[in-house]
Design a protein around this ligand. Structure first.
Ligand code: DX5
Ligand code: ZN
Length: 216
């Protein structure tokens, strides 16, 4: 079973409540929220107050993707704001601090996840394989919506699925970047279960059909 997680990065921020309701009406069970600090990535997106407002206006699974340096400083805040999944990047801090962040997230009753940028090899996920509930493989350089899908990430996806099947079969694989009606079948064939989609979802005139096709 695959799930779409529409990314609010491409939503109309002046009408976020409307766009969140539209997602739910279209059948989406997840929403993806990108937090960027202008340091780990060259863009600033949104922070705690917006995450809080999203939580207050929808009950679908809130998947918060932290693209921030030393995320351990903020994991407690985002857990308390109502994230269901909280993702930190393995490149954003030391292994020791990333492990501590994962532990902290779990202790707060939230599902921990890690993410890998395109240039990060799958081996970088090894210390965390049995400690997380999801691994997010970036299929674009993080920072901006609307970029082209990187098909060369598929071997990484396959490798991670194979390792997870041995040590943590329940762990989900998520992809983020350039997902649309054409690329969704490719990532699903390589083991992706949660498919983030920003610009293509928001541009599509038939959201319910888009959700159905991405998840099929
Ligand atoms: C990019 C973000 C993505 C973004 C994806 O750094 O992490 O979640 O919203 O956008 P699209 O689907 O347009 O590539
Ligand atoms: Zn994202």
């Amino acid at each position: 079973m695959a799930y779409i997680a529409p990314s609010v990065l491409s939503a109309d921020f002046a009408h976020l409540g409307r766009d969140l309701q539209e997602m739910k009406d279209a059948g989406a069970k997840w929403v993806h929220v990108d937090v960027m600090d202008g340091h780990f990535v060259p863009n600033i997106s949104l922070g705690g107050p917006v995450v809080k407002a999203i939580r207050a206006s929808t009950d679908i699974i809130m998947d918060v993707h932290l693209m921030i340096t030393e995320p351990i400083r903020y994991v407690e805040e985002f857990c308390k704001l109502g994230a269901d999944y909280l993702t930190v990047h393995v490149e954003a801090d030391t292994q020791e601090n990333t492990l501590a962040a994962i532990e902290k997230i779990r202790a707060l009753g939230v599902k921990p996840a890690i993410s890998l940028k395109p240039k990060t090899p799958p081996e970088a996920a090894k210390p965390y394989l049995d400690k997380v509930d999801m691994i997010l493989v970036m299929t674009v350089e993080p920072g901006f919506g609307g970029q082209s899908f990187m098909a060369d990430m598929m071997p990484k996806l396959k490798q991670l699925r194979a390792w997870l099947d041995q040590v943590n079969p329940e762990c989900k694989l998520e992809v983020d970047g350039g997902i649309d009606r054409n690329t969704a079948p490719i990532v699903k064939a390589n083991g992706a279960e949660v498919l983030v989609s920003g610009s293509s979802y928001f541009k599509d005139p038939d959201k319910a059909d888009y959700v159905r096709v991405i998840e099929a």
